[in-house]
Design a protein around this ligand. Sequence first.
Ligand code: GLU
Length: 296
Amino acid sequence: MSDTPYIGRFAPSPTGPLHFGSLVAALGSYLDARAQGGRWLVRMEDLDPPREMPDAADDILRTLEDFALHYDGEVMYQSQRHAAYQAALETLTGQGLAYPCACTRREIREAGLPGSIYPGTCRNGLPDGRAARSIRTRVDDSVIHFSDRLQGPVEEHLASRVGDFILRRADGLYAYQLAVVVDDAEQGITDIVRGADLLDSTCRQIWLQHRLDRPTPAYLHLPVAVKADGTKLSKQTFAAPLDRRQPTTQLVRAMRFLGHPVPTELEQVSPTEFLEWATGTWYTGLLPRAAAIEAG
Ligand code: GLU
């Protein structure tokens, strides 16, 4: 155990209202922070305007309030943080770790590497007559590993699994992988609790933390809620928004989904009382690891 006080966070993208899957991430990160006497911050990942819905950010914050998931401090908005992302990009460029890339998605697909890994076409300079579209980072041959508090040891050889990945997209928007690393460090996050759909991104983020001289937080990747056909519940697949009139009912469902038995009498209490009880009960040893079907 380190002596650094715990700082956790919930980092929704305002692409739509919160749904059951996002409530699980919010509740898990909230309880893990509060159970350790920690702070819990909210960061609005409004990095991708074309995918966002008007008013979704405010709607998410209001929903958190209705659910008594009270956060500490001010909300950080990624839309206000472009200068910090640009500075990080310049640091990487200065170290020879970022380069312009002219390739289209189609060209990369046609190169035929498994999983459409970037074939390295522009690594040593743009081909003649081609203009830069995106900016990529140059990964090396190292194997990144970390121990997830729930999923156990994870390791990845970035070069063969993801290749040189995007830091700034062809449409000029900063990539999630870069922004999340810059902002987790800026907010002093010590512990990240989020859905296991992001487990795959973590090694890229750790790689960038090392290159940008930022600390690596502890990670806990929660099981994700999937539909009966096995696909993830997400705003893109129009998962039902949470019923804001019945916060305790939804919190109880999320707590049970996270492997914690909840006595039926708690279904009637206020969300504040429920969360007090849940904070005292939170035990990561009860968490299921695998994705689970969200019934009902
Ligand atoms: N904004 C991301 C999402 O809503 C989560 C990012 C994170 O927790 O690192 O899926």
